[in-house]
Design a protein around this ligand. Sequence first.
Ligand code: KIV
Length: 290
Amino acid sequence: MSSQKRPKRLSVPEIRARKGGEKLVCLTAYTAPTARLLDPYVDLLLVGDSLGMVLYGFETTLPVTLDMMLVHGAAVVRGSAHACVVVDMPFATYQESKEIAYRNAARALAETGCAAVKLEGGRELAETIAFLVSRGIPVLGHVGLKPQSVQATGYRARGGASAEAQAILADGRAVAEAGAFAVVVEGTVEPVARRLTEELAIPTIGIGASPACDGQILVTEDILGLFAEFTPRFVKRYADLGDAVEKAVAAYAADVRAGRFPGPEHVFAGRTPSLAPAPAPDPTSLRKRA
Ligand code: KIV
């Protein structure tokens, strides 16, 4: 393919430059076919560690490994041509030290072809984010509700009390100052997410945050009705594919049981080949079995 024909993939600087401009449309994707369907419509595809719950049936994101993220990250890059692809760094792959974070994040970029990684955390991660960014690894921040800390904090919305609101604002500032190109603001009361958006020079990408954010992200399976375990308040459902899948599978099962599938149009027609007669059964082996 000539370079002129190749569709242009949105870059990290282009995402960064959307601060205060056209809203960033972001969704999660874990597989190539889903990425292919979403790609023409979104600016950013996040290979979120939410795949642990949505795809693998874990109760939290904590059991997700780097190897899982690498396999899914590479699939999403292969399935997309336009969106900027970001891979989530899973629990315990970046918190221990900035050097370990660099090694793991470098693997994510090199082995998946993604443009950037996402790390959950605020002030405590500022040094790590600066370390990665200064060595050529773009970082998407993530503040407010941090699902990898759910054992310590639970899933409730953040920022209702003023000390917590101040902490989220300080986290957002620290992540931006450290060099993150944008920051996800999750499960945060609306005025705090709005304030963060007004203050920061980088785009905020809200999920359960505020319409004022520079962009929005949701889990694709949530908006399509494909993840029935629970639906958070901030999700808007745009389709009920779970229902459609159930109906289709029930119809297939009924067809197979009734002998309606496969029909003549689903089999390979042709002349009946001359087949050697089936060998006569060996009477001794029949006796043995009886
Ligand atoms: O893991 C994920 O999918 C996320 C988004 C929900 C922001 O972090």
